[in-house]
Write a protein that binds this ligand. Structure first.
Ligand code: NAG
Length: 327
């Protein structure tokens, strides 16, 4: 056999393996099969100017909801809203400024929303960052934790005031399988006070999303708000812009692996299902992968850690009595 022939075999072999892996990802992706309409409902989706958030917003708009795109970049959100309006023929798509990494911005956004809206049915905590340089916000929060956990924590707590009015609603927080990378969560180091561990930061924020969801579901039940559910979702590997500000090496790694990843439309399916499907009605405090209930890491199941994280978060965001809707 000539060298060329061997190379051809290796080449064909590699292409087949890559193809098979890609096909596997496609086939296990999961799809929201619900055709339910949600006319009259109001939905807030953070980070919805692109990616999974955008696809989720578009889908909910198509189903008749009034959709609020809550984004840091208002101009980009406005363009996204215009595109969704055009594509879905739903004119009730609104872009609003929200920098979820800033507690002040969260409070401002909520104050405006409570004035303008009389109900809230769906809240999707989707905005997130990964692989950022070490940054402490002017509110002394570490940027990953500020954006991925503390901001959504405050946003959800305040907006529960609006959701409670109707007594039913769905809160979906976008987590990730990356939460399994970490085996511990030091509550005294959430804002990198003691140590800066860039590799595990994203994982820890995604773990926090699950713990937050579990404790939120428990508190909703305890407060007699069983019509409001909270779930965390792992969208799977999705081609997203989450790493757009990431350091170079991280970026290249992601770019290569993205070849296998889902499109944002596919990646949005599990989130959409949790927002609208009748099949998940009443299910709460759960972690989902590819539209199916799944297990988180052991740490993600630990209700003592979940409770401690909640209490710590109340302290960090200085949740006031009037912002606490789960008394
Ligand atoms: C909640 O909203 C639905 C749909 O608009 C409505 O039928 C229901 O009466 C509302 N419930 C409360 C308690 O306001």
């Amino acid at each position: 056999m000539g060298a060329l022939c061997v190379l051809t075999y290796i080449g064909v072999g590699l292409v087949s393996i890559v193809g098979a892996v890609k096909l596997y990802f496609k086939m296990t992706a999961g799809k929201c099969k619900s055709t339910r309409r949600i006319d009259g409902q109001v939905a807030v989706i953070t980070g919805s100017n692109q990616g999974i958030g955008y696809e989720t917003a578009k889908d909910l708009a198509r189903r008749g909801a009034k959709v609020i795109l809550a984004c840091r970049n208002l101009e980009s959100a406005q363009k996204a809203a215009d595109r969704i309006k055009k594509e879905t023929n739903n004119q009730e798509v609104i872009a609003k400024k929200l920098d979820v990494s800033s507690l002040a911005s969260v409070r401002q956004f909520c104050a405006d929303l409570m004035k303008e809206e009389s109900r809230l049915d769906i809240l999707v905590n989707n905005a997130g960052v990964a692989g950022m340089r070490r940054t402490i916000t002017d509110e002394s929060l570490e940027l990953h934790f500020a954006t991925n956990h503390f901001g959504p924590f405050l946003l959800t707590n305040i907006l529960l005031g609006l959701m409670k009015k109707n007594g039913s609603g769905r809160i979906v927080t976008v987590s990730s399988v990356a939460h399994t990378w970490t085996k511990e969560l030091d509550l005294e180091n959430l804002n990198s006070e003691k140590q800066w561990e860039p590799k595990l930061l994203y994982a820890r924020t995604k773990l926090a999303n699950i713990l937050f969801t579990r404790e939120l579901a428990r508190r909703l039940k305890a407060a007699g708000l069983s019509g409001i559910t909270a779930n965390a979702v792992n969208p799977g590997g999705v081609k997203t812009a989450i790493f757009r500000h990431a350091r170079k090496t991280f970026k290249y790694m992601i770019m290569v692996s993205q070849f296998f990843f889902k499109t944002p439309e596919e990646g949005a399916q599990p989130t959409i299902q949790l927002c609208v499907a009748d099949s998940v009605e009443g299910l709460t405090g759960l972690y989902w992968t590819d539209c199916k209930q799944s297990r988180s890491s052991t740490l993600g199941d630990d209700m003592d850690v979940a409770k401690a994280l909640w209490e710590k978060s109340v302290e960090v965001v200085k949740l006031s009595d009037s912002e606490n809707n789960l008394k």
